[in-house]
Design a protein around this ligand. Structure first.
Ligand code: HEM
Ligand code: HEM
Length: 128
């Protein structure tokens, strides 16, 4: 799972950076929030998760770790597509806006599990 997260992270890095370059070249910064979160939730947070799960393999095996992985993986495309559609289509896509909080909530939940596991893991280590 750690490796899989790092692969996703590298994928989002490429997309996020290409998007940043595209925005600079087009001098159109409308989609900055998508660029920001592709980089910070896709590249940075996924890479951190991958490193943590590599350092603490027990975390990757835990149920919380698996929930985190899947919520993070599913949440990012939902949140990014939702953000992009709402920014580009404005009022016409208002109803679609629900996808953003749904995706965001999945990611926040997932990251929460990662943090909860971090605490559990620490207490395991202290005990041993
Ligand atoms: C070659 C790579 C990149 C390019 C060309 C690029 C380009 C841009 C551009 C054009 C903006 C909009 C600036 C504006 O609105 O004035 C921006 C904003 C931003 N980028 Fe990137 N970016 C790159 C990589 C990254 C990476 C790797 C991260 C994070 C790990 C990142 C995080 C951000 C953030 C947080 C903002 C918002 C800044 C703010 O709110 O003032 N960018 N980037
Ligand atoms: C699921 C988690 C997250 C959600 C739902 C979320 C949501 C948002 C929203 C609604 C905005 C305002 C966008 C706008 O003004 O158009 C925003 C901006 C921003 N967020 Fe997040 N965020 C999340 C995670 C993060 C994380 C983890 C980071 C950094 C590590 C981050 C960094 C930023 C930055 C730098 C901006 C300013 C972007 C700009 O200048 O356009 N966000 N976020």
């Amino acid at each position: 799972m750690a490796i899989r997260m790092m692969q996703f992270s590298a994928f989002y890095f490429v997309i996020g950076v290409l998007m940043g370059m595209g925005m600079s070249m087009a001098e159109n910064y409308e989609l900055t929030p998508v660029h920001v979160h592709l980089n910070l939730l896709g590249w940075v947070s996924m890479a951190l998760g991958g490193i943590l799960y590599h350092l603490f393999p027990q975390a990757a095996e835990s149920r919380l770790g698996k929930w985190h992985f899947w919520l993070h993986v599913i949440g990012i495309p939902l949140m990014m597509v939702g953000l992009a559609v709402v920014i580009l289509m404005g009022d016409a896509a208002e109803a679609f806006g629900i996808v953003i909080p749904v995706g965001g909530t999945l990611i926040v939940n997932g990251l929460g599990y990662l943090l909860i596991f971090g605490g559990t893991q620490r207490s395991l280590e202290i005990r041993s």
